[in-house]
Design a protein around this ligand. Structure first.
Ligand SMILES: Nc1ncnc2c1ncn2[C@@H]1O[C@H](COP(=O)(O)OP(=O)(O)O)[C@@H](O)[C@H]1O
Ligand SMILES: [Mg+2]
Length: 228
């Protein structure tokens, strides 16, 4: 097993058969000891956060597999906090696709002159560059195309998949009386055909979910969703 990438919340290894192994760590994003799914620094360590994030990730990726959505998911081992995935080539040095249902987080920080906090948004998609140094700037379709990061067709696919997947997650949460405010997804090109597929994870660490108007922390979200 060869370590190929040490991320903020997961380490990536290459297996002998060419697949990748993601090791979920107990590190979570945030600042000064306060968890924030929108942050791009490790803010704190919470015991059990890795396994908890993997449980939710496994749960959601298996739902997506049943729905025929292309993802990198192969299987998960909760005890070891590991997930086996198909290797993906990311776009440029990595992109994030955000789907927003309510105005919070960086959307509100940027557009607060016009947007009200918590204002409903209709599955509004934003693409951001994974660039910690420049604080993950949002990028337009034209810029992605011009800079050779995504073709126009790939952009369309990415946007459609983002909305489709986010709506599935939103429905799953709604079944438990939980409202999804926003979610951050990652995509890559997978296999010989470079099919665009969902990669990375789907857990409380990359979404904002609320119940009765109150934000739900990642570990609590996992317990609420997997309780039944
Ligand atoms: N199937 C995959 N193929 C290649 N890289 C992947 C795959 N799934 C996730 N990754 C990458 O694994 C890295 C580690 O995850 P993470 O700790 O969340 O990193 P980050 O610090 O970038 O958030 C990320 O760069 C992510 O893009
Ligand atoms: Mg990450």
């Amino acid at each position: 097993m060869k370590l190929i990438n040490k991320g903020k919340t997961k380490d990536v290894y290459e297996l002998e058969d060419g697949n990748y192994l993601l090791k979920f760590k107990d590190d979570v994003t945030g600042e000064d000891g306060v968890f924030d799914p929108g942050a791009n620094t490790v803010g704190l360590t919470i015991e059990g956060a890795g396994k908890s994030g993997l449980k939710l990730t496994k749960y959601f990726f298996e739902i997506l597999r049943e729905r025929g959505i292309p993802t990198h998911y192969i299987g998960a081992n909760i005890e070891e906090a590991t997930m086996i995935v198909k290797p993906a080539k990311v776009f440029g040095n990595g992109l994030e696709a955000i789907c927003r249902y309510r105005a919070v987080g960086s959307f509100l920080r940027r557009y607060g002159m016009y947007a009200k906090e918590g204002q409903p948004l209709d599955a509004f998609v934003e693409i951001t560059l994974k660039d910690d140094e420049r604080k993950d700037p949002p990028i337009t379709e034209d810029a992605l195309h011009m800079l050779g990061i995504l073709s126009r067709e790939e952009y369309r696919t990415l946007k459609e998949l983002t909305i489709k997947i986010s709506n599935i997650i939103k429905e799953e949460l709604a079944k438990r009386g939980i409202e999804l405010y926003d979610i951050k997804l990652e995509f890559g090109r997978v296999g010989e055909n470079n099919e665009i597929a969902l990669i990375d994870e789907i857990s409380g660490g990359n979404m904002r979910a609320y119940k009765d108007g109150k934000y739900i922390e990642p570990l609590k979200l996992e317990r609420l969703i997997l309780a039944d």
